[in-house]
Design a protein around this ligand. Sequence first.
Ligand SMILES: [Zn+2]
Length: 346
Amino acid sequence: MKFIGSKNIRRAFREKFLLPIVVMSAILFTNSNNNFLISNSFADNFSVKCEYTTRSGKRIIVDDYNQVPRIYRGEARCIKVDNSELVSASNIDLKRQEANDVVNTSLGKVNLKLSKNIKSLLVKNPQRVISNSMNTVSRIINQEGFSEKLSNMNQEWNIVFMGENIPNNQVPSYLITNCHPGWMVPPSDIYIATYRIYKGCSGEGERVDPEKELEHVLLHELGHAIEYKLLTARGSRDLKRSEGFATWFAMYASKYSPLLNSSELLSYYKNMAKIAIENSPKSFNFSGSVYDYARSSMYFYTIEQKQGVSGIVRLYDLMNMGESFLGSVADMLNTSEVKIESKLIW
Ligand SMILES: [Zn+2]
């Protein structure tokens, strides 16, 4: 047996569990109708992004070459992404376009940075939507069933609403060239690509109710902040888990949000999950499509339906003890990993 000195033990522990993982995630919209396609990024300091175009002309970005379907591998373009290029939300420089504000919410103080060129887009002021979403989340985490780990969610937040042009020397290029309307770096930085939320992916359409979309994106991003608190054993990178949680959380939180229609959102995701499961009942590779987001949210939805939110907390307790995500889901659903899909409620 190899002896590890106490310093090395501490280092090994830090490497296994405490490496600061930068989580970024986003919802990616298309500008056709009100359907949205969700994509994601989730990265350490360096990650890989691969892009390919399907036969039907849809551009897909995935996190790994192995996630590119074999038929598209020949023409897939992969780049190494340096996520350290992303400037913190509080330090992003919007040049002369910048306005600052502070919003006090029940989840803590929000330092807000706004591009002045988003003014013409706004119907309600974004401060109202922010405090609405934060107050909604605060109400939820104070409910019975949520862990005491969430009692310290009250913190200082930084949110930046970028204008039409996302500052290209401060944000990695893959976030500029795709349609992410928002992303987040835990524990408390949220970036909003305002034009994509208000005008759709191309920034040129018209969205019927953009405040609703903004609320949805904020609740999703706040879901990542909550997951960050629940998952204390860091070190794994699992999009099914992180995006599944954030998608479920936005769905769950919508019941408490005066801006969102919860049953509409639930049936939207259920429908997408149904299509995804029917199309590929036996295998599920997370490639960043709306179907993947919806499908992975159903693990959480099913556990919540059967055991309430305290079941979700227990799921994270299992993962914190070292169990894998799907292993923990299987345990919670009293089944084996290969049979999880047949137990899902959708
Ligand atoms: Zn996300």
